[in-house]
Design a protein around this ligand. Structure first.
Ligand code: ADP
Ligand code: MG
Length: 240
């Protein structure tokens, strides 16, 4: 579904991603872990071109999205993204937050989008908050809404960048639960997280990033049981 070839990204002289090649298949749940500053967010943001790669190509569902002729807005609509800090529109109701993009882009009529929004809100147990504003919700509720908002666009893949890192500990579980449900439904997911339990339980593959490289990767059981690189062992000894 996503094929990354020789991806490099520099900010000025600072090389943040160094010649990464990686393929993500339909239905995979790829979990990316690694120390702060290793390039995890930049890698994720390159996948939907929120960052422009310095070198390399990325194809998504057969389309070379790094080709300047590609309509990147059309591609981005098929890639849902969830951030650490929710990024909900504060001046809009939850319903409006969810329906805005599907209606604006012509994917759905307002009536269809409203119906979809209520169905999705049901799924995450927040139907009764449709007319609330983001400020009236807890962090965990806001993040569940952010996931629902991304899903309203019917994406082919969901990208998560530390979706639980800004939450109070008691709210982490409810967000991970929604992500787990999404994984069970077959969604292709790429998740940057420090939640090793999630990586182990839900991940089909764990990538360890360090210094702009994917230093090692494996299926979760083998990855955690038998990390090969010294850097990986050192990282895991701090987070486990
Ligand atoms: P991670 O998500 O693993 O913590 P990031 O991808 O956010 O790492 O950052 C990797 C490196 O790139 C860091 O050194 C960071 O300071 C740098 N960086 C990230 N975004 C920018 C930017 N927009 N401008 C300059 N440097 C950046
Ligand atoms: Mg980051």
């Amino acid at each position: 579904m996503i094929s990354v070839k020789h991806l490099s990204k520099a900010f000025g002289k600072h090389l943040v991603l160094d010649d990464i090649s990686e393929t993500i298949h339909e239905g995979e749940k790829v979990v990316i872990i690694g120390p702060s500053g290793s390039g995890k967010s930049t890698f994720l943001r390159c996948l939907n071109l929120l960052e422009t790669p310095t070198k390399g190509t990325i194809t998504f569902d057969g389309t070379d999205i790094t080709d300047p002729k590609t309509n990147i807005d059309a591609v981005r609509r098929q890639m849902g993204m969830v951030f650490q800090h929710f990024n909900l529109f504060p001046n809009m109701t939850i319903r409006k937050n969810i329906t805005l993009a599907p209606v604006r882009t012509g994917l759905m009529s307002q009536a269809e989008a409203d119906e979809t929004a209520l169905k999705l809100l049901d799924r995450v147990g927040l139907r009764d908050r449709a007319d609330a504003y983001p400020a009236q919700l807890s962090g965990g509720q806001k993040q569940r809404i952010a996931i629902v908002r991304a899903l309203a666009m019917k994406p082919k893949v969901m990208l998560f960048d530390e979706p639980t890192s800004a939450l109070d500990p008691e709210m982490v579980g409810e967000v991970l639960e929604v992500m787990k449900q999404l994984a069970d439904e077959g969604m292709t997911m790429v998740v940057v997280t420090h939640e090793m339990g999630f990586a182990r339980e839900v991940g089909t593959r764990v990538l360890f990033m360090d210094g702009g490289h994917i230093l090692e990767q494996n299926e979760p059981h083998a990855f955690f049981a038998n990390p090969k690189e010294e850097r990986t062992r050192e990282f895991l000894s701090k987070v486990l």
